[in-house]
Design a protein around this ligand. Structure first.
Ligand code: NAD
Length: 417
């Protein structure tokens, strides 16, 4: 079966929402279409002296509510449609969480796992050089995504700053703490997942300390989300990475797994009582909360038909295909959509940008408190819309909130010439 094209998935989600949203049809055509997509080559000198030319992208989807905002991904599956979809999702994510940004996304089609640190630095610097005319604190503010992190942002900010002849920390977020980064940024998306899972479990009359959880993907988002859920008393019974899954009926030791993952992958993990399972098993386990936190299309129709979770909290962007989504809504499994559940990263990126512009550092407690307030507000706005509309899809409710905000700003601003 061909995989869903994520851009089609996003367009389907918008069309599905239109019937419930107070959005003028002409404005809808404006907001569903990306403003622009940059495609460029990223030539890099490899360690063996050869030159490789990678494809680079940056999509700027919508900036009506503020500068474009969104991550940069290094992955072999990066392509124009993926970048457009992810940039669109960022537009709805910044809107539903009510931060004054639009949406953008970028990437380089490459295999970072086969590249040295020096090669990654050269890819990062060349990428920053290619996009420098289009990004900046008032224009477009990139951040980390899959296979990029604080060091990538440091290289990119340094390159951008050198080419501008001044230090511009607000041009990228997700930077290291000693170079304009924010306290709490590394953990922000996982922490947001935890807040949304906690609120959603409570909304449906449960208690987070009394839940079982499965997490697909044990990177930045999945591992930190799992750790915070464990700290809140939940049993994280199943996790996976790209090499396979692990299962323990009374709960895995998440902190130990985090340590282990620093140097190894789950296929080599060995601990008493821990069973090796497939990635599919992790997605279909009988748990209270399932968190897909790897890549797009993880929950397809096959998984949706078999999954035994009572609630899905999307950590990854676009992890549920359209067909799977419809099936799960019909079955009455609530899905907290990524535009809400994984908004913690962009919310704290916004705080980082504010701190950079103010040249003032917030404390970790302040960052975490403001993140909690902002994401809980977004959850409440979404569930308020959900109670209003005649559909069981929480995703549609979140899109309604997001689309109406973006559309309203377009209406207020009007159309230039
Ligand atoms: P990451 O690279 O740190 O981690 C990805 C994890 O997924 C790794 O553990 C990898 O082994 C695992 N994985 C890959 N393919 C898998 C498969 N088939 N089965 C099981 N596991 C698999 O990336 P991340 O930053 O944690 O991002 C994960 C997702 O969350 C992406 O969709 C990203 O766009 C989204 N997201 C990230 C952030 C952020 O702040 N990092 C914010 C919002 C959304």
């Amino acid at each position: 079966m061909p995989e869903d094209n994520p851009y089609d998935t996003m367009q389907n989600q918008l069309e599905e929402t239109l019937q419930y949203a107070d959005v003028d049809e002409e404005i809808f055509e404006v907001i569903r279409t990306p403003d622009r997509v940059l495609e460029f080559s990223v030539p890099v000198r490899m360690d063996d002296g050869s030159i490789e030319v990678f494809d680079g992208y940056r999509c700027q989807f919508d900036d009506a509510r503020g500068p474009y905002k969104g991550g940069i991904r290094f992955h072999p599956a990066v392509n124009e449609d993926e970048v457009k979809a992810l940039a669109g999702w960022m537009t709805w994510k910044t809107s539903v969480s009510d931060v004054p940004f639009g949406g953008g996304k970028g990437g380089v089609c490459c295999q970072p796992k086969e590249m040295s640190e020096k090669e990654l630095e050269r890819v990062s610097r060349r990428y920053a050089k290619e996009v420098r005319r289009f990004v900046g604190p008032e224009d477009d503010v990139p951040a980390p995504d899959v296979n990029t992190g604080p060091q990538t942002m440091a290289w990119m900010t340094d390159t951008f700053s050198i080419l501008k002849d001044k230090t511009v920390p607000g041009a990228f977020t997700g930077k290291p703490l000693n170079f304009g980064g924010s306290e709490g940024r590394v953990e922000a998306t996982g922490r947001g997942i935890y807040f949304v899972a906690r609120e959603a479990v409570e909304y449906f009359d449960g208690d987070i300390s009394d839940t079982t959880v499965a997490v697909q993907g044990f990177g930045n988002v999945g591992s930190i989300g799992a750790r915070l859920l464990e700290e809140a008393g939940a049993d994280v019974v199943a996790v996976s990475d790209s090499t396979g899954g692990l299962y323990h009926p009374s709960g895995l030791d998440v902190k130990q797994l985090e340590e282990f993952k620093k140097t190894d992958s789950f296929e080599n993990y060995d601990s008493q009582g821990v069973e090796h399972v497939t990635n599919y098993d992790v997605l279909t386990e009988d748990v209270d909360v399932l968190i897909p936190a790897a890549l797009e299309n993880a929950i397809d129709i096959e998984v949706a038909q078999e999954t035994d979770s009572d609630l899905i909290v999307e950590g990854a962007n676009g992890p549920t295909t359209t067909e799977a989504d419809e099936h799960l809504v019909e079955r009455g499994v609530p899905i907290m959509p990524a535009i809400l559940a994984s908004a913690g990263g962009v919310i704290v990126s916004y705080f980082e940008w504010v701190q950079n512009l103010q040249r003032y550092q917030w404390t970790k407690d302040r960052v975490n408190d403001e993140l909690e307030r902002q994401i809980v507000d977004a959850f409440e706005d979404t569930m308020g819309a959900w109670e209003e509309i005649e559909t069981d899809s929480v995703r549609t409710a979140a899109y309604k909130v997001a689309m109406e905000r973006v559309a309203e700003t377009h209406e207020t601003r009007g159309l230039f010439v």
